[in-house]
Design a protein around this ligand. Structure first.
Ligand code: PHE
Length: 433
């Protein structure tokens, strides 16, 4: 189903058998909600930036990266499922839409930055529902320390200071050990240094979380935060953080002590560039290799939905004044008031899959999105079975069509559904039941 080259952000890119981006995804790339003044995602970005005033604040990196940057440079194994075109968006075999802001770690460390925040749009193929959208926004934060005695002493003092501040506040933290057999220190790290760095990571993030969620918790119940062991190919030890909000534990970020090979690669870039840039009078060497540090990646929509009580992730893309006018720059205390919901219109489609290649749920969802855009609220698989005699598999999906800003007519939805069915037959060779 590929056409010619794709124009993205002013440049043309060839397509091939990997290409799986459609018009609805491509149309989101120039929008950069995290930089639109007054947009709740942009407000949240500025508040987090103001919490880390001495860090570099970056937010203009292109979403087009090589799979090498997105995965290999971060030590993802060759067979990691995230690499599959069913999970990620490819422009072509050698170019993709970043799936996380970590894709820029090596570049930013390689520039010699050792305290930075980077905000960007990221892309993942996914199911469709109120909290999943194939484009969302992440903020990456990182800090490096020199692995020498003097710097570690400073770090220890910084930790003591942060600890005292947190002790005075109304926050309950369920912690886990910084290092454990199942969440190990890296071989190249001095365990004492790694402990201090992991502790600094936790204290820095606990204080950010207090800044973001503390307001809602201050008088009544204390804010509850819990740290959980996690796994990422590019950090060890690794953690996830959950916040207790309105009766539920919600995951808001992943983080850990940066894998040393990330810094080694960055350091290679750094010394190359300083070699080429050096005038012969001096050469700057920030030896990233002798550094140790932490990184985190947080989901801005997730946090904004909690803070502002925004019920549907599609609302972030709304240009409706009834949405946008509710938010003021600098303010995270707004509670979003839902304006009237327009009625849903459910349409089912059942089909026999082509024998050779059953249709992946993400392919179905993307097809629906391409046809109906933000008029689709969610897609659910409501039935799936294999015929005992013919061995063919059958699937039934229910599509919920609903606009956020007007009433859809039945004719209009029928038209959309017709296109979905026609494209299903055409592109995936299914047989409608
Ligand atoms: N990139 C990870 C994700 O998207 C989050 C993360 C960032 C984890 C930095 C560790 C360190 O899930």
């Amino acid at each position: 189903a590929n056409t010619g080259p794709l124009e993205i952000l002013g440049a043309h890119h060839p397509t091939d058998s990997f290409t799986n981006v459609g018009p609805s995804i491509l149309s989101k790339i120039p929008l950069r909600l995290h930089t639109q003044p007054g947009h709740p995602l942009s407000t949240l970005r500025s508040i987090i930036e103001s919490h880390f005033p001495t860090y570099s604040h970056l937010s203009s990196f292109s979403p087009l990266v090589t799979p090498f940057k997105n995965f290999d440079e971060l030590s993802f194994p060759k067979d990691h499922p995230g690499r599959s075109p069913t999970d990620s968006y490819y422009i072509n075999k050698n170019l993709m839409l970043r799936t996380h802001t970590s894709a820029h770690e090596v570049d930013v460390f390689g520039r010699g930055e050792d305290k930075w925040l980077l905000t960007a749009d990221v892309y993942r193929r996914d199911e469709i529902d109120a909290s999943h959208y194939p484009v969302f926004h992440q903020m990456e934060g990182a800090r490096l320390f020199s692995a020498d005695k003097a710097s570690m002493k400073e770090l220890e003092e910084d930790n003591e200071y942060l600890e005292r501040v947190l002790e005075k506040s109304n926050i309950i933290i369920e912690d886990i050990p910084h290092i454990s057999p199942s969440n190990p220190v890296q071989e190249t790290h001095d365990p004492v240094h790694a402990e201090l760095v992991a502790k600094n990571l936790k204290l820095s993030l606990n204080s950010l979380i207090l800044r973001l969620f503390g307001g809602a918790a201050s008088n009544a119940e204390p804010l509850r935060v819990r740290w959980i062991e996690a796994y990422f190919p590019f950090t060890s030890p690794s953690f996830e953080v959950e916040v207790f909000f309105r009766g539920k534990w919600l995951e808001i970020l992943g983080c850990g002590v940066v894998i040393q090979s990330t810094l080694d690669t960055a350091s290679m870039f750094y010394s190359c560039s300083s070699f080429f840039l050096s005038t012969g009078f001096y050469t700057l060497y920030i030896d990233v290799k002798n550094k140790i540090g932490w990184a985190f990646g947080l989901g801005l929509e997730r946090i904004a939905m909690i803070l502002y009580s925004i019920p549907d992730i599609r609302l972030f893309w709304s240009t409706d004044e009834r949405f946008l006018s509710q938010f003021k720059p600098g303010d995270i205390t707004t509670t979003f008031k839902a304006y009237s919901k327009f009625p849903s219109c459910f349409k089912d489609v059942s089909f026999w899959n082509a024998v050779a290649a059953p249709l992946h749920e993400n392919d179905f969802c993307d097809l629906v999105r391409d046809v109906a855009g933000d008029l689709v609220e969610d897609v659910k698989m409501i039935d799936s079975f294999v015929h005992p005699k013919t061995n063919r598999s059958s699937t039934c999906y229910r599509i919920n069509y609903r606009s956020m800003d007007r009433s859809l007519s039945n004719e209009e939805v029928n038209e959309l559904q017709k296109v979905v069915v026609a494209r299903l037959i055409d592109e995936f060779r299914v047989e409608i039941r």
